[in-house]
Design a protein around this ligand. Sequence first.
Ligand code: BEZ
Length: 252
Amino acid sequence: MTRLDNNQSWTSDSYDTHARFVSRLAGEVVEWLDIKPGEKLLDLACGDGDLTVELAKAGADVIGIDSSSELLAAARQKGVDARLMDGQAIDFENQFDAVFSNAALHWMLDQDSVLNGVHKALKPQGRFVAEFGGHGNVAAIVTAMRAVAIHRGGDVSLANPWFFPSPPVYRQMLEEHGFTVKRIGLFPRPTALATGMAQWLKLFRQPFFEQFGDQMDDALSEVEELLRPALCDARSAWTADYVRLRFEAVKS
Ligand code: BEZ
């Protein structure tokens, strides 16, 4: 079991079963990265290495970093040069042609440290290309959890521990940290949850539900029922209301 700084945890098995879509849906941001053969690439928060392997197949010489030992072990089994390093404490200097990240930056609340570390790790004119949750991401899911926390006298702040910036906000942050933004955009990307909403909630927002102790399952059902009209279709297929922020920036 991996426990992240913000008390969220998962195993590589549960991630594989309930969140495999994360790497499968990364095609467009990989296109934005536009890998040239032999380029030195840092995969920031590489997770279990599924996508890192694809970056290497495209010709990059890739190092992956992640703060989860368990996910790193899974990445190493796939042949990835995977190293234990927090994205908020990157320790490379002037080494990479590009830094890439998919579906991870929204977990890193200390963005000043992330952007300083990425800037330092890149060679001059190096690219920073990433996609993560943007403004409005999982808004219905967060609102349902907030409603249940209020109704049950719980801690509302546990419903939304993430960083989901809008393009103007993140553009300004990139510029303040020495990047020139080539392109940046916000894209709704409703995402099918093959194993359902309850599994997604348990995988990604465990600390929220743990606060209700032996009422945890009731709170979970309540969130699910609030979401059903908006995110579950007549065939009982669930969708998560994902919104992606994608950008390409250059070290200036
Ligand atoms: C996301 O990829 O947008 C995401 C994943 C887990 C929790 C919150 C957001």
